[in-house]
Write a protein that binds this ligand. Structure first.
Ligand code: GCU
Length: 338
């Protein structure tokens, strides 16, 4: 019932939006995301808006829809595919069900450190072919955003080792890899959209969830979940995807401006990220009284590492990408030891 209602609301919004698809003869560009207005992603998008309108403002009017206003990420990826909207920010986690190449970045403990994660995502030779390989899915990825490290947080008791997850219902994103990951960890995966998590925690539908620190503060989950355990299981980027037709219809001059805008968005978002995480942690600890736990990460890692071979065997085209990611990690370590 709720789903049908949501779809009707979205259909209505798009009807209204469609009725004013052009304002003063300018083409409206609609961008959706699921974060609050104080989140680095929204801050970055405001810069993108400013930049595009300063260069091409006579032709384009950029409109940002935060807070799942146009629906959860699964809905907004679909809307981007069909061209009902032009862009959405989506977690890499859910992109894998639209194009299986994105399974790669959902592997737990794929990256050794944030430096490794950033070096991989910034490696144009590796990333560009992935970002532009999804033509058949109707979208192209144009920028990646930092979404930190994902960790477990729970309502009733803290997670000190994987055994503590047994029997717990943990919300995961709507992704087969994440459901399998939770199974290997020993918990019960409960997939749902991000916007439903707060109420689910509050009503006891789930015992916990997993995310970066901003979920505690920006999304207020720390009001209910008082234990946050640094098992560091994933570094999953957020990705800005654009409707393929929209991107392909831009002239080469316009595309160059948009590319510069995408680069700026990523840069501003990532610059804001680190400070936001520090602030969130402090606020969660001091104002919300969330307890931060530092368990033995190796115990968690050994539970889910089998997922690497499982996924690579099922989807062999990921193997060269996986190998390159390992190589970048090794080079970084060697560089660091010099
Ligand atoms: C993070 C991420 C979002 C994602 C959310 C989730 O906040 O940045 O893109 O939707 O986690 O767990 O669903």
């Amino acid at each position: 019932m709720k789903k049908i209602l949501n779809l009707l609301i979205i259909a209505f919004c798009l009807f209204v939006l469609g009725a004013c698809g052009k304002k003063d003869g300018r083409r409206i560009i609609r961008i959706s995301h699921n974060q609050a207005q104080d989140h680095p992603t929204n801050i970055g998008l405001l810069e993108f808006e400013k930049f595009i309108e300063s260069k091409l403002g006579d032709k384009y009017d950029v409109k940002i829809f935060p807070n799942e206003l146009l629906g959860s990420q699964v809905n907004t990826v679909e809307l981007t595919q069909t061209g009902a909207i032009d862009f959405t920010v989506a977690s890499n986690a859910i992109l894998e069900s639209f194009d299986d190449i994105y399974q790669i970045f959902n592997l737990p403990y794929l990256f050794d450190s944030p430096e490794h994660y950033h070096a991989v995502m910034d490696n144009a030779q590796l990333i560009n072919p992935i970002f532009t390989s999804t033509n058949k899915s109707g979208f192209e990825a144009v920028a990646w955003l930092d979404a930190g490290t994902r960790n477990f947080y729970t309502v009733k008791k803290g997670v000190n080792n994987p055994d503590d997850l047994k029997g717990l219902k943990i919300r995961v994103q709507q992704s087969a890899s994440n459901i399998r990951m939770m199974e290997l960890f020993g918990g019960a995966a409960t997939p749902m959209g991000f916007g439903e998590v707060y109420t689910a925690l509050q009503q006891g539908v789930i015992d916990g969830a997993e995310n970066n620190e901003l979920a505690l503060t920006s999304n207020k989950h720390g009001e209910v979940a008082k234990y946050y355990s640094y098992d560091m299981h994933q570094m999953v980027p957020d990705i800005l995807i654009g409707n393929l037709k929209f991107l392909n219809n831009l002239s080469s001059e316009e595309r160059a401006v948009f590319n510069e805008g995408f680069r700026l968005f990523s840069q501003v978002q990532r610059e804001a990220w680190t400070a936001s995480v520090e602030k969130a942690k402090k606020q969660a600890e001091e104002e919300m009284h969330v307890q931060f736990i530092y368990p033995d990460v190796a115990l968690f890692k050994e539970k889910v590492l089998p997922l690497h071979n499982e996924v690579l065997n099922a989807n062999p085209k990921l193997k060269p990408i996986y190998d390159k990611i390992q190589e970048i990690g090794k080079d970084l370590k060697m560089g660091g030891n010099e």
